[in-house]
Design a protein around this ligand. Structure first.
Ligand code: C2G
Length: 129
């Protein structure tokens, strides 16, 4: 069947993440999610609140997710696409164009983000308490 892969930090898991994962699961028969490790997030310039093992466990618990793998670097996507026989790579449109190099290996889709929610905004609103 169709194998779909995506990658992300999924810090403070919220409805935007869930909407995306559900959309991705509807694109194929198997959904693989690469969750960014804490070390890789530092490379991405992202400070995470929730440590990798908890972020990975939460994503693993999502019904439509079939497999979680660690995302350690920018360069593993081609290897992952080959290793898992991926048909489709998809990610939010905030990354539009950034992963077009994968097009020689699989379909590349950029999906609409959920409006009015982000981990950054959640952190900011928490600061007000
Ligand atoms: N997302 C969304 N709607 C939101 C917030 C996030 O659709 N309101 C999507 C993002 O577009 C992304 C996924 O949820 O596809 C995970 O978001 P992040 O955890 O912010 O992922 P990011 O840090 O952008 O990591 O190699 C790729 C990177 O690891 C992507």
């Amino acid at each position: 069947g169709i194998v779909v892969i995506t990658y992300g930090t999924f810090d403070m898991f919220h409805i935007g993440h869930l909407n995306l994962l559900k959309k991705l699961s509807e694109l194929g028969d198997r959904l693989i999610v690469g969750v960014s490790t804490d070390e890789f997030n530092l490379l991405k310039g992202k400070k995470t609140l929730i440590p990798y093992d908890q972020r990975a466990k939460i994503v693993e618990a999502i019904g439509c997710v079939d497999l979680v793998i660690p995302e350690n670097n920018w360069d593993q996507k081609v290897r992952d696409v080959k290793e898992y026989n991926v048909d489709t790579f998809a990610i939010g449109e905030d990354w539009k164009g950034k992963f077009d190099f994968l097009q020689e290996h699989c379909e590349v889709l950029y999906l609409e983000r959920t409006k009015d929610i982000s981990t950054t905004d959640l952190k900011r609103s928490l600061k007000r308490f």
